[in-house]
Design a protein. Structure first.
Length: 421
């Protein structure tokens, strides 16, 4: 990638950027929350849109000179509504966590209750983990899987907790859960207790947009929050979608601005608009479907090699594997050793993990980024084999050198595309 002005002006930053480019080029990205963006999105992110302050919304800004920023934000909103079949979209959240926090502040009063998935069973920090400041303001209660061998959610328990705790929001969504949720049941539970139903779709938004997964709005979910990167393959950012309730949508808009954020990042919104256009292209549905096929190919190898997977495998883009229980390697060691051979993933706690979060029993990995590179089931199965071979030979330098060479050869044979349409 040519960055002539940085190369000439700032050698320290230039060296780091070129180093990251080489790392991505020669290695395989398996972190399920990461992906690559097109050159078109890169151009939007580096455009003059970064110069403009645009507090407010199209047609109602607090500064002048908004004729082109309004155009871009309206394009992003319209494309988002088309992708997810909803009536309202706010594309200003800076990322997924701010989108969740702003939604809470739009709908809740201090002390109100949210019912969400337990972090240890796949939830997210912003769903009420005690380390977050959110828990100082709102009350969070949790539900879990009924069976960690299958991933089945205990919807009976969810209903019981909802009846007892009277949450104002019933929250679906996750960061380390490998099955699909029953949105109809979640929506029904929310309605029974007079709550709003909300889905944090950050991880699977691209699967929904690409029609490889069910759309929560089709089953009565009121609000969907999401990041715009990950499976959606756009710039880092967030978004809040409302199915059809204008009152809720207006509260969310006011919560984002002026309640929570100042001026939106217009270069980021321009990148979102470009990425949403790419996701509307028919090829994106092929991509989303292939993500699932590739994950199943990796699942098959881990099952064959008797490596335990939480929820028994995957129905989406990621796998959570118990490498400590199956291979005697901690999640932290697995992350480090696999990084040495050019495979990037993350250590992750497993359900009811007895180990500490920074040195857990599991690893989390997925297929969005390598699918962008045109990997199919064959290549993904081979990557899974190399992962297990590496972990079984974590102290064998010669073996790791050999595997590193194969990973690099594979990566170079599947270059990161510049265009997706």
């Amino acid at each position: 990638m040519k960055i002539p002005f940085i190369d000439a002006q700032d050698s320290e930053v230039s060296k780091a950027i070129h180093g990251e480019e080489e790392r991505e080029k020669e290695g395989l990205e398996l972190i399920p929350s990461e992906n690559y963006v097109s050159k078109a999105v890169h151009e939007a992110l580096g455009s003059v849109m970064t110069n403009k302050y645009s507090e407010g919304y199209p047609g109602a800004r607090y500064y002048g000179g908004q004729m082109y920023t309004d155009i871009v934000e309206n394009i992003a909103r319209d494309r988002a509504k088309q992708l997810f079949n909803c009536k309202f979209a706010n594309v200003q959240p800076l990322s997924g966590a701010p989108a969740n926090v702003a939604t809470y502040f739009a709908l809740l009063q201090p002390g109100d209750t949210v019912l969400g998935m337990d972090l240890s069973h796949g939830g997210h920090l912003t769903h009420g983990h005690p380390v977050t400041y959110l828990t100082k303001i709102f009350k969070f209660v949790r539900y879990k899987m009924k069976d960690t061998a299958t991933g089945e959610i205990d919807y009976d328990e969810m209903l019981e907790v909802a009846k007892r705790e009277k949450p104002k929001i019933v929250l679906a969504g996750y960061s380390a859960y490998s099955r699909e949720l029953d949105y109809a049941k979640i929506s029904a539970i929310a309605k029974e207790v007079g709550a709003v139903s909300m889905m944090d779709a950050a991880h699977i938004a691209g699967l929904i947009a690409g029609k490889a997964h069910k759309n929560p709005f089709d089953f009565g979910i009121d609000i969907v929050t999401t990041t715009t990167h990950k499976t959606l393959r756009g710039p880092r950012g967030g978004m809040i979608l409302t199915r059809d309730n204008e009152e809720i949508a207006k509260k969310i808009d006011k919560s984002i601005f002026p309640g929570f954020q100042g001026g939106p990042h217009m270069h980021q919104i321009a990148g979102k608009a470009v990425a949403f256009g790419e996701a509307l292209h028919p090829s994106f549905q092929v991509y989303a479907t292939q993500i699932l096929k590739n994950a199943k190919a990796m699942e098959a190898v881990f099952a064959r090699e008797n490596v335990r997977m939480i929820a028994g495998g995957t129905s989406n883009h990621l796998i959570l594997a118990d490498v400590f229980g199956s291979l005697g390697v901690t999640g932290a060691d697995a992350e480090r050793v696999l990084d040495e051979v050019g495979i990037t993933l993350n250590k992750n706690a497993i359900a009811d993990d007895v180990r500490k979060p920074m040195d857990p029993s599991g690893i989390r990995f997925g297929t969005p980024a390598i699918t962008t590179r045109k990997f199919t089931e064959k290549e993904c199965a081979r990557v899974a084999e190399l992962m297990i071979e590496t972990l079984r030979n974590k102290d064998n330098t010669d073996m790791k050198t050999k595997i590193r060479a194969e990973i690099k050869e594979m990566a170079l044979a599947f270059p990161i595309p510049e265009s997706f349409v």
